[in-house]
Design a protein around this ligand. Sequence first.
Ligand code: ASP
Length: 297
Amino acid sequence: MRHVISSYDFSREEFHKLFELSDEILGGKLKPNVNGKVVSLAFFEPSTRTATSFATASWRIGAKVIGFTSVEGTSVEKGENFADTIRMLENYSECIVVRHKFDGAAKFASEVSEKPIVNAGDGKHEHPTQSMIDLYTVYKVFGQVDGLNFALFGDLKYARTVNSLLRALTRFKPKKVFLISPQQLRARREIVQELNYEVIERDNPYDVISDVDVLYVTRIQKERFPDEMEYEKIKESYVVDLKLVEHMKKDSIILHPLPRVNEIDRRVDKTPQAKYFYQASLGVPIRMALLYTILTG
Ligand code: ASP
């Protein structure tokens, strides 16, 4: 199997295949077993959900897990370079899941490794397996991804999950895609321009919220701001609160890749629209389906 670097690496059929495999796993119809193949975790940047769900997914398909979720204690601290680290893991495992703060790190890893690389987030570039979870959640709730109104809300400039989701949506037929953010956090032009659908950009969520089926919220990506002062100016500039949710359709949903900081008021968690913890729970079956597909060719 090839590497998974971008949402563009998946066709519409492949997304659907993954959703179906994941459904079979959740329903107990498929019990994947890769007989002790080894998955490496190479996390050069912090992670909670992605690292732990990849580990759980690996164990549940009968794989063994090696690697690190923090560079502390590895030879990276002695100055070993990224390429050499990847080359070592390539010798010890059948697949390498990489997270790094630099855009393009996963692509670079795929150039030095014969073994499949899975991008678990590279800087502000992409996080394709998050989009698989996002769209699988939509598919579980609505029975399909096509024909819905999406609104991506928050930091659309630095959030890699936004880039991956916008690209993944090119494989489907969204009805409308709204991009809601403060001016300073608008989606990057080069991403918007390459899409095969129109986007509608707004500052104020109230302009469109009653039309939205899927509200996808992101936190402000503090660690990606080149200038801390810029972050200070913009932090807490938007929030999803009960007042906003009241304007949403009864059967609409709120997603968030998590972690949440304070862009979703905790009281929203109890509303029927809040699906972000359910979404996080789907990280395990979808990653089981993905790793199983990769490891069994
Ligand atoms: N966990 C996601 C990521 O790694 C979202 C976030 O950190 O805001 O990109």
